[in-house]
Design a protein around this ligand. Structure first.
Ligand code: ATR
Length: 277
């Protein structure tokens, strides 16, 4: 890779039109006056190895990876970060100067950075976290919470077997409870996280009886469309501090931008407004 080329990065998925990443990176490039481009690319699974092989010589420093390639890209990567290996998926690829393809997962980091920025008093070690859902997003959230030394994760999923599998993967600090029993654990919950798509515009609402939710629980949702999900609205009405999911999306983009374009970007209100426009 020659360094006099205009730095390029992008996001690869299929479909790709829904991705907000181009808006995030374009905002930062403009804001910091960096001469670079960030390009959305619609790429099939069959074409992915070939595309990744060819991007570096065109000036690409790296790419974000989204659905449906986040897991399968680990088979193509040469170097896999510990957290990507633990989660079993990558979202940030960097073409190293030695020619190797480095795969990282910044979703969990984005989740934690969002909570720390929006709820500065939040202490992950204050008590158990109740995590709703056991899909791909949940794996990143659970890994991040364990990294932050949460004392216990109470994990619940509509399909219990998926939660059991996640516990088998991550180990002892996870207690799996039935989806129908989740509400009974709210009074012992310090951090409540919805990692399912329930509550998103066009999807069913999350039906969780919040009767036992106490006002010292921090409630967050990875859904950001709408920003205030029914869960967050109900939690707010009960006096809880709440954090919406948009910041996770913004913060997970930070490490890639810094690696590819050489500047640590800020996540602030201006960026949030640019993405919401
Ligand atoms: P993601 O990568 O966004 O986490 P996913 O791996 O498909 O996507 O996981 C979706 C999560 O939302 C799962 O926990 C799923 O529960 P199941 O494992 O039982 O499918 C949950 N989910 C989706 N629709 C749901 C619904 N109607 N009720 C309860 N949970 C639902």
């Amino acid at each position: 890779m020659t360094n006099d080329k205009i730095p390029l990065a992008g996001v690869i998925g299929q479909p790709i039109t829904q991705s907000k990443s181009p808006v995030v990176h374009a905002h930062w490039l403009r804001r910091y006056g960096i001469r670079g481009h960030y390009i959305p690319m619609d790429v099939s699974s069959v074409d992915l190895p070939h595309v990744l092989n060819n991007l570096p010589r065109m000036g690409f420093r790296g790419v974000n990876i989204t659905i449906p390639h986040k897991e399968s890209v680990l088979d193509i990567a040469d170097v896999i970060s510990d957290r990507a290996a633990l989660i079993g998926a990558a979202n940030t690829l960097t073409f190293q100067s030695d020619g190797k393809l480095h795969a990282d997962n910044t979703d969990g980091l984005g989740f934690i950075a969002n909570l720390k920025q929006e709820a500065p008093g939040w202490n992950p070690q204050a008590g158990p976290a109740l995590v709703l859902g056991a899909g791909g997003a949940s794996r990143a959230v659970v890994a991040a919470l364990l990294h932050e030394r949460v004392p216990e994760i109470i994990l619940t999923n509509r399909t219990r077997a998926r939660a059991d599998a996640l516990k088998a993967h991550f180990g002892g600090k996870i207690k799996v409870v039935d989806w129908t029993q989740a509400a009974s654990h709210l009074d012992e919950t310090a951090t409540l996280v919805n990692t399912t798509a329930l509550g998103m515009t066009g999807k069913e609402e999350l039906k969780l009886n919040l009767g036992r939710l106490t006002s010292d629980t921090l409630v967050t949702d990875i859904v950001y469309n709408p920003l205030t999900t029914p869960l967050l609205a109900q939690a707010e009405a009960r006096g809880c501090q709440t954090v919406d999911g948009l910041g996770m999306l913004l913060h997970q983009a930070v490490p890639g931008f810094e690696r590819w374009f050489g500047r640590a970007p800020e996540v602030d209100a201006e960026l949030r407004n640019a993405v919401l426009r």
